[in-house]
Unconditional design. Sequence first.
Length: 425
Amino acid sequence: MISAAVRPFALALFRGRADPPPVRSGRFTAPRVPRRLSVLLPFQRVHLALVADLLLAYTLYGSTLGELESWNLESRLPVDDSLLHLPALAVSLPLGLRDRLPLAAWRTALVLLPAYLFVMVAIRPEGSIPYTMPFVLAYTLVLYSVAVRCARPVTFAVWVVSVLGMVLIDTVSMPIGAVVVTVTVLFGHNVRIRRSATARLAEEERRTQLALGARLVLEERARIARELHDVVAHHMSVIAIQAEAVPMTAAGDAARLEAGLAEIRALSLEALAELRQVLGVLRDEEGRTDTAPQPGLDRIDELAANARSAGLTVRVERSGPLDGLPPAAGLSAYRIVQESLSNAMRHAPGAAVTLVLTRDGDRLRLRVANGPGTSPGGAPGAGQGLVGMRERAALLGGTLQAGPVTGGGYEVTATLPVAAPEGPS
């Protein structure tokens, strides 16, 4: 218990340290030293607060010395003129230290106080208090710096020592001195609390920005994962089916076999190109994005051709103006059709597929329906394709339904909002 009570005083008088100076901005930013003077000076920036303190310390040193010299001439017990520099130093030296070392400045004032009082008691006019205005100003500024830059226990110990010192030095001026010291310490401590709150708020904002950046990264990764699933699932399904069908349809004909393999190669190169486009931003060390256009409804015929080459019978029907769609809507429609055809190839080989694209005002309606396959399909997947299609529609504010139909087969219908077509001007 005793050690806990003594520890703040030990920190204030001997072992404690103040916080580093705050980083100043705006008008108080430290300007750089000119190049011609940087060779002569040990620092690269001029700290305006420190310059102001040094100028004030020089001014108070001169005013204190002049006042003491006049008092010494009128005193009945004059002291040697050289001793007058001690009180002037007790006023100015702590003030010059307070910006960089506030606790050391207070300790310096405490150490020089006996010399200051020795001279003041000898030569001060009768009836006056043992404190000059320069001393009060300098000590108040030092106390403020301590309260702003030191922890609460240290500040409390400095306040206690200051009040007790005033009680021992002069009981007449002690009440008003205690009020001045208390107000100064409370004001400085309040500034410290506000600075700490501002720093915590800035740190929270920084963490929020980092969390937002991390969330955006996760969203981008999820988008890339959906793109990869759509690209890989479609092209690999077509390639796998064609790789199985080409040897059977060629029936030993080298020309037909070569044509089938060439088509498989073309599909493989197209898949690789789309994969590079999707992953381009991840592979670019400088963070540049791939500016190649994303696929849209203008490439629906390519999807239908790939599906036909894999054994499906695809009929495409269009209604309304389908050009000029927003890129997001065109890409989402393309991926939904791509995933639907891939599912038909996997689960209903040889089926007849009807693809209907309808532009109705500010809505784009998709319908991809396939009948039963002519041969058994593959095993059921993990369902990520349907999840990705629903997410694409939901992100645009649209809807998507998917499910089996009566008589066998499967149907996917989606409604995506798009900009309404412009009328004639």
